[in-house]
Design a binder for this molecule. Structure first.
Ligand SMILES: NC(=O)c1ccc[n+]([C@@H]2O[C@H](COP(=O)([O-])OP(=O)(O)OC[C@H]3O[C@@H](n4cnc5c(N)ncnc54)[C@H](OP(=O)(O)O)[C@@H]3O)[C@@H](O)[C@H]2O)c1
Length: 329
């Protein structure tokens, strides 16, 4: 019998999450029965979606939702032998007994010199998000100019690098000078700190006086309205995230974007990365190939210790991370 730990959400977050909204609990897990496995978390992901999803996908007292890379430590399922690794959507748990539903084996021939944690980042959900936003929604073409915000994060950093592979000009905004330096290292043509520029409008105009063909939107809120003004006519916008509003306790009000969408004849589409599951296998292979060739570089913001999950989650929402925020158990 295994003694497991889990983080529960004691009460719905009121604005920005607080340490007291979480509680660490222990439980004894039963032995796996036929078809089941016992998983031990190795890396856990902290992602922005957990904040809005907590409102409608969780009730008070539930285990925090989320994905992890886990090792199979007991198995009564031949498809998942002891010692193999999986990506599992089983929440903030140190150990889990479950059947195979929702378990994704780590892709075949995962290179030994590449950390399995990348299965939660560049070669996982955030990487898929970057590819699908660029290819399925924006249909980004060589020579175009792309704007991406939250650009030094898990999704944004991959977005910018793939856009460079596709022969585009890339402008990225991020919330610290260290992040801006990182974006320049990654090959972004222009990067700026949106917290210290005098005017976002001027920064966007200076970065690309001719405007933007495509905008990969991770942030939302008032900065989005400013960015829309800088789109070229017939520009395309992929609405991937809205992180600047996730902790709001009251809805934000205008200025509303309809007039600029109308006058510039913009095309704006929201998307969730899970729309193209049939493409995941091929896309993950492509992401892994780019990583191995050094064309897509990966950085992780690693917090050690399962007990530090709430701190890492709150830190990510405050912008502490460069690259993918993960927990190493
Ligand atoms: N549609 C989908 O299927 C999908 C999938 C994955 C992620 N997403 C979305 O994509 C976005 C990025 O996710 P990620 O996993 O890559 O996270 P991330 O960028 O690694 O981390 C979140 C970052 O958001 C920025 N941020 C936080 N509050 C902000 C604010 N008020 N204004 C501007 N920026 C703020 C911070 O960077 P700065 O220091 O630069 O502010 C922080 O580091 C999120 O909106 C997320 O919800 C969508």
């Amino acid at each position: 019998m295994v003694q497991a730990k889990k983080w529960i959400m004691t009460k719905h977050f009121d604005g920005f999450p607080k340490q007291s909204d979480f509680e660490l609990k222990e439980e004894k897990l039963p032995e796996p029965t036929d078809g089941q496995v016992l998983l031990e978390a190795v890396f856990l992901s902290v992602d922005p979606y957990m904040r809005p999803f907590s409102k409608f996908a969780m009730k008070e007292g539930d285990v925090m939702i989320g994905t992890q890379v886990a090792k199979v430590i007991q198995s009564k399922n031949e498809a998942f032998p002891v010692g193999s690794h999986v990506v599992a959507y089983c929440g903030w748990r140190s150990h889990t007994v479950c059947d195979e539903k929702g378990l994704i084996p780590i892709i075949a021939a995962w290179p030994k010199d590449i950390s399995l944690s990348l299965a939660l980042g560049t070669v996982g959900m955030p990487g898929l998000t970057a590819v699908y936003g660029l290819e399925e929604i924006l249909e980004l073409k060589q020579g175009e100019t792309l704007l991406v915000n939250a650009a030094a994060g898990a999704v944004g950093s991959v977005v910018g690098q793939i856009a460079k592979i596709k022969g585009c000009k890339v402008v990225g905004s991020a919330g610290s000078d260290a992040k801006v330096a990182y974006l320049k290292e990654l090959g972004f043509d222009v990067a700026f700190n949106y917290k210290t520029v005098d005017s976002l409008e001027e920064a966007l105009k200076t970065a690309s006086p001719e405007g933007y063909d495509c905008f990969f939107e991770n942030v939302g809120g008032p900065s989005s309205t400013v960015a829309l003004q800088q789109m070229k006519d017939f520009g395309r916008i992929a609405v991937c995230g809205n992180i600047s509003t996730y902790n709001d306790t009251a809805p934000q009000t205008g200025p509303y974007p309809q007039m600029v969408i109308l006058m510039k004849q913009l095309k704006m589409e929201g998307f969730m990365q899970n729309r193209w599951p049939h493409k995941n296998e091929e896309t993950l292979k492509r992401l892994m190939a780019w990583v191995k060739e050094g064309k897509v570089k990966c950085r992780e913001h690693v917090t050690k210790g399962f007990e530090n999950m709430p701190a890492a989650f709150m830190g990510m929402l405050q912008g502490e991370n460069i690259g993918k925020a993960i927990i190493a158990v």
